[in-house]
Design a binder for this molecule. Structure first.
Ligand SMILES: [Zn+2]
Ligand SMILES: [Zn+2]
Length: 355
């Protein structure tokens, strides 16, 4: 971390230059563009699976020249005249979702579909993998952080924890004494696991191919883990549940096979909650499911639960910093990408990047 001096007008930023290409380069420090903007000096950011999707060329809305990153915490540097909730010097958490607070979608707390916001950071506008970022609609898109909080772990609240909680746990109707299976023990699957515990389900079964991630899941509160390498994940879940299947199954992978497994292990009356980003079509087996009283849910994270999650973290009840396995400085963010992009060999979950 380095203090800002008034004369500085350049900053380091991680810039996307088309599929497979990214560089760490000098860019101008962003300026306020609207009265509702804030400029935030980033102290900590991280890399998301979505950043890797962008780098594969899977996200056409993200054009070459874009500074990546939609997660971070920092300190407000300056605010526009229309910002009332924050002032220079305030420590803040940045939501991955930008929200105006007044459009039809925001009024329904569906911030992810905000008419002038949604997931635009590090996608349609410059993001957080830099020393400074411009946050539009700052009053609704930033969250105050109590000054004495260890803000590093809060980076996990920008996206990962609300995604697991909202798309997986809340949509999946996890409840006291219920049975839950989570397919995919990556950071978001583990975030769903951590927050599912709020509702004290009887059983939380984590399923993955990576034994290291499954071992980690046991530490995060999974009651059982299943290594799916042998192709027997569905059979094992049915065996554990006396043939009934689970009340909630979450797809935290987002490929046709994971969604098929969800359909094969959901109990009568249960819920399939999709979290994964699906890039290709999947088969829906209504010939089996039509009579089983199930529900299928989809959602883009709204981060509407951030105030609740923030309180839970500040009180020490939820410890998101445990998802962080590696630490880097912004100057080494290319190494951070290498480590995160090769998670199978580096055992990375989330990487912390300090600016
Ligand atoms: Zn993300
Ligand atoms: Zn809106």
């Amino acid at each position: 971390m380095r203090p800002l001096e008034c004369s500085w007008d350049r900053m380091k930023a991680l810039v996307y230059h088309g599929p497979g290409k990214k560089t760490l380069e000098d860019r101008p420090v962003p300026e306020l563009q609207a009265p509702t903007d804030a400029i935030v000096r980033i102290t900590h950011t991280t890399i998301c699976g979505s950043d890797l999707h962008i780098l594969k060329g899977d996200v056409p809305s993200c054009q070459p020249g874009r500074i990546l990153g939609h997660e971070g915490v920092g300190v407000v540097e300056k605010v526009g005249a229309g910002v009332t909730a924050f002032k220079a010097g305030d420590p803040v958490l940045i939501s991955c979702i930008t929200a105006c607070g007044t459009c039809e979608f925001c009024r329904s707390a569906m911030y992810s579909h905000c008419a002038t916001g949604g997931w635009i950071l590090g996608n349609e506008i410059d993001g957080t993998q830099a020393e400074f970022v411009r946050i539009p609609h700052a009053d609704m898109s930033l969250y105050a952080v109590p000054a004495d909080t260890d803000i590093k772990g809060l980076v996990m609240l920008s996206d990962v924890l609300p995604t697991g909680f909202e798309c997986g746990v809340l949509n999946g109707r996890v409840s006291l004494g219920s049975t839950v299976a989570i397919i995919g023990a990556g950071p978001v699957g583990l975030a769903a696991l951590m927050t599912a515990a709020f509702f004290t389900p009887a059983e939380i079964i984590m399923i993955d191919f990576d034994q290291h991630r499954l071992d980690a899941a046991l530490g995060f509160g999974a009651t059982r883990v299943i290594n799916a390498t042998d192709g027997q994940a569905v059979a094992t879940v049915l065996k554990i549940t006396d043939g009934r299947g689970v009340n909630t199954v979450m797809d935290a992978v987002g490929v046709p096979g994971s969604f098929e497994n969800c359909q094969d292990m959901v109990a009568v009356g249960g819920t399939i909650a999709n979290i994964g980003v699906h890039g290709v079509k999947v088969d829906l087996h209504l010939e089996h499911l039509w009579s089983r009283n199930i529900m299928i849910t989809t959602r883009l994270v709204d981060t509407s639960t951030l105030p609740l999650l923030l309180r839970t973290v500040c009180s020490g009840k939820l410890q998101p910093a445990t998802l962080i396995t590696h630490h880097f400085e912004l100057a080494d963010i290319l190494s951070a990408y290498d480590t995160f992009g090769h998670a199978a060999s580096t055992n990375a979950l989330k990487v912390m990047v300090s600016a």
